[in-house]
Ligand binder design. Structure first.
Ligand code: MGD
Ligand code: MGD
Ligand code: SF4
Ligand code: MO
Length: 778
């Protein structure tokens, strides 16, 4: 690379966030100088400011260049980093991990990673998962409970599949787009540009968000919900849709468990006396019960006559029992949350709730996406379940213009899902239905186990745990209690400060990576691209993949890692596709596989749920002590000394806790901000731009007031992730803890957690905002 001369334009994609925007990199005399959008790429319509600043990131003076070893004790202000060689680093790590596994078992080693939505860890996260499986640990910390549960984990209870995680919104063909706690204008540019195109051709848009952010200003309905009250809104919308008959009767009858009878004495689905594998429904035409066979998905009658309403008494060996169809119970449950009741809880006017429900029905097909606005709450599972049931009623799942699993390019997976399913991660005993059953550890469970001595080693690729999780102070204590911590990153961060060994990672622009599918539509999902390095790795930095493969070899796991040969691993992944690595090398723009979308795939094989149908009623949840129908669980409300409700949102200029050191980005967003209604601020003597103190029952941090007259006056919205200085602009960093801290997660708790997933209530916290005397600001 370094020897090449002249200007070269290399087709690539930006790996910095989930959007993976198609791009053209310009390399001048071997130096990466700019990144521009590549409209010929399925995700390349635009690049955000972060993507454009990529050369600044790659060439940043604070990049980690060499492996480092701690020389001062943990807790010392200066870790006393000492440069070491790669051999020493990898040998030390392998020896320590092997020792911990021998003395305490492999489960006492936790692997962690930055989210693949906020970093180029999307290149290698599956291989990290393979590494932790090969090592024998069930524990991977990946923010599942803060970032992905509502899209990937929780939908399994309703759909048996990741909707909307894998079943992506088909924006090009949608009649109505529903964004609930999701702002793609900031978070996923490829979705934002596709939505703008959809609006131009006349698609409707419904946005549910406490802020009028991004596309909300173009929405047909912007529902300004109070943070954490979304389930009440969804229940009211379900109620309206059922009352008005705005649901797909055929889909509901044939493809959901709506007709199955529930014993109202036990809450369980009624089974046939002769065979407990058979469920029972009532056939109105025949005037008698009929059986339902989940393995075939068939009733022993015509589904069109199955009763959805009414009460029935059915004989059992122990006498008659009262029963009602699932549908009737759902309708009754939702009828308790009328639009008027929901207005009281959510502050969304009843008339707006009705109007939005009408738009969803009349402008089908509906495509939807939910994300962080719903994830980080004490009630996330029930909230998204209510939305999933609302969505099921529209009948738009896996239809053109709805949420569709686009056909993927056939490929070998580095970490087979079957192995994930059998994992029993930390927290499994307390929350068997939560992330632990999938092999994922929550931040809170990680901290508890570390403080208990159950976690002896932590290997993290990027995760800035102490900034990302609530109760940051506990996080620091927990990480300090772990015997041996390895952190691989592009920069030092407050989590790296607690490590024993730090490894320098090559940025996504300096490393080769294989991407099979870009997710957002069929064209994107059909593209396979080998990302070419557009700059030589700086210093001694190595790619995450190279580090994982080298470590695996030293741990004696080389056989499962192609003896450390990353190229061989790519070949293995590509094998079922018929695409050759050489082909991809030759054309960095990638190879497009001709694939067509298949709709309504459930018609062969049904849904992967216990009943084989979309589960409006979940016996799985019931058996674990949770409501089988979606329920509204109120978030902690502001009161007394903390009358306001604090939520947070991502920044356009930065990913999570990164990028504050990049002048091209920090210039536009120099200080941590909190959005506040001007009246709320005025009553507290706060002017726009003033430094303020955000206080919760857990403590206080600083930020600057940004006025936002579109907020409910009781709601404020902060930003997490502020720690890094920007010396070029003479802008300060902020300590992860202490009175000068701007770390929002220092004052946000991990409890009360969502009872099913263990998610933390980061997005609906009681708080107060007060002026900060100018003497203590910078
Ligand atoms: N209050 C509040 N807290 C939140 C959130 C919120 O909205 N509000 N959001 C939550 C969510 S959704 C998430 S995903 C987490 C995010 O938490 P993290 O995933 O930890 O996110 P980042 O701060 O973006 O990145 C962490 C580190 O990864 C490094 N890094 C970047 N790219 C790479 C790479 O390619 N390889 C390696 N090895 N390292 C890399 C960065 O330099 C950085 O130091 O935070 C959560 N915390
Ligand atoms: N620029 C940029 N892009 C990113 C990231 C980044 O940090 N910066 N992070 C990446 C990651 S890791 C993730 S997870 C995604 C997240 O992407 P998004 O989920 O879109 O991220 P947010 O902006 O945090 O949240 C979306 C919206 O939820 C709203 N919200 C807050 N509380 C509530 C609530 O209680 N109910 C409802 N209905 N809405 C609420 C916020 O006002 C916000 O507009 O973005 C990814 N892309
Ligand atoms: S949205 Fe920005 S940071 Fe994310 S992939 Fe696109 S250009 Fe990169
Ligand atoms: Mo995330």
């Amino acid at each position: 690379m370094g020897s090449s001369t002249g200007v070269r334009r290399i087709p690539t994609y930006c790996p910095l966030c989930v959007s993976k925007c198609g791009a053209i990199a310009t390399v001048d005399d071997g130096r990466f100088v700019s990144l521009a959008p590549d409209p010929s790429h399925p995700t390349g319509q635009a690049l955000c400011i972060k993507g454009k600043a990529a050369p600044e990131l790659v060439n940043h003076p604070d990049r980690l260049l060499y492996p480092l070893r701690r020389t001062a004790p943990k807790g010392a202000a200066d870790p006393g980093w000492q440069r070491i060689g790669w051999d020493e680093a990898l040998d030390t790590i392998a020896a320590r991990l092997t020792g911990v596994a021998r003395d305490h078992g492999p489960q006492s080693v936790v692997f962690a990673t930055a989210s693949p939505s906020t970093s180029a860890m999307s290149d290698s996260i599956d291989w990290l998962n393979r590494l932790r499986q090969a090592f024998g640990s069930p524990n991977l910390a990946v923010y599942m409970e803060l970032c992905a549960w509502g899209r990937i984990g929780a939908p399994v209870f309703t759909f048996g599949a990741a909707v909307p995680g894998t079943y992506m919104p088909d924006l090009a063909n949608a009649g109505c787009i529903l964004y609930w706690g999701y702002n793609p204008s900031v978070a996923r540019l490829a979705h934002a540009t596709a939505t703008t195109a959809a609006l131009r051709r006349g698609a409707k848009l419904v946005v549910v968000d406490p802020r009028r952010a991004g596309l909300a200003s173009k929405a047909d309905h912007w529902l300004r919900v109070l943070p954490g009250t979304d389930a009440a809104l969804a229940l009211a919308m379900i109620h309206v849709m059922l009352e008005r008959g705005w649901y797909d009767d055929d889909f509901v009858r044939r493809w959901t468990n709506a007709p199955l009878l529930v014993r109202t004495d036990t809450g369980q689905l009624l089974r046939a006396a002769e065979d407990p594998n058979l469920y029972i429904a009532w056939d109105e035409g025949l005037g008698r019960p009929v059986t339902y066979e989940p393995s075939t998905g068939r009733y022993d009658a015509d589904a069109s006559h199955l009763a959805l309403t009414g009460s029935y008494e059915l004989p059992t060996p122990n006498g008659p029992v009262p029963c009602r169809p699932v549908f009737a119970l759902l309708a009754e449950e939702c009828a308790r949350t009328t639009p008027q009741v929901a207005e009281q809880l959510t502050s969304v006017p009843a008339a707006s709730i009705e109007a939005a429900a009408r738009t969803l029905w009349e402008s089908r097909p509906v495509a939807f996406y939910t994300w962080s606005g719903l994830e980080q709450h004490s009630n996330v599972t029930q909230t998204v379940r209510a939305i999933h049931i609302l969505y099921a009623l529209t009948g738009c799942l896996d239809v053109r213009g709805g949420n569709v699993a686009f056909t993927p390019v056939p490929a070998n997976q580095p970490a087979p899902m079957a192995a994930l399913g059998s994992a029993r991660a930390l927290g499994f005993t307390e929350r068997p239905l939560g992330p632990a059953g999938f092999g994922y550890v929550t931040g809170s469970d990680l901290y508890a186990a570390a403080l208990d001595g159950q976690v002896r080693a932590l290997v993290t690729f990027g995760a800035n745990l102490v900034m990302a999780h609530g109760d940051s102070a506990r996080g620091r204590a927990a990480l300090s209690a772990i015997d041996f911590v390895v952190h691989a990153d592009l920069f030092l961060n407050p989590t790296a400060d607690l490590a024993d060994i730090v490894l320098p990672v090559a940025s996504g622009f300096e490393s080769e990576a294989l991407r099979i599918g870009f997710e957002t539509d069929q064209a994107a999902q059909s593209l396979v691209q080998l990302r070419t390095p557009v700059a030589p790795a700086r210093g001694e930095a190595r790619s995450d993949l190279q580090i994982m493969f080298a470590l695996a070899a030293r741990l004696g796991l080389g056989e499962q890692f192609f003896d450390g040969d990353v190229e061989e691993a790519f070949r293995y992944q590509l094998e079922p596709s018929g695409i050759k690595l050489e082909q991809l090398r030759e054309d960095p723009a990638g190879v497009r596989v001709p694939l067509s979308t298949r709709y309504r795939k459930y018609r062969s094989g049904g849904f992967r749920t216990p009943t084989g149908k979309v589960e409006l009623y979940s016996e799985t949840l019931l058996a674990a002590g949770h409501p089988p129908l979606p329920a509204y669980l109120a978030p902690s409300a502001g009161a007394g000394a903390f009358p306001l409700t604090l939520t947070s949102a991502k920044s356009l200029w930065f990913c999570e806790s990164q990028h504050r050191g990049i002048p091209g980005l920090r210039r536009s967003a120099p200080d941590p901000q909190v959005e506040i209604h001007p009246d709320t601020a005025g009553r507290r003597g706060i002017a726009a731009g003033d430094w303020v103190r955000i206080s919760t029952p857990s403590g206080s941090v600083r930020a600057r007031a940004k006025f936002n007259a579109n907020l409910d006056p009781s709601v404020v919205c902060g930003q997490h992730g502020w720690w890094q200085p920007c010396p070029d602009l003479d802008l300060p960093g902020y300590p992860a803890a202490g009175p000068d801290s701007a770390n929002l997660n220092l004052i946000l708790p991990q409890q009360p957690a969502d009872p099913i997933s263990g998610s933390s209530p980061l997005r609906a916290s009681p708080c107060e905002i007060t002026p900060l005397s100018s003497a203590v600001t910078h």
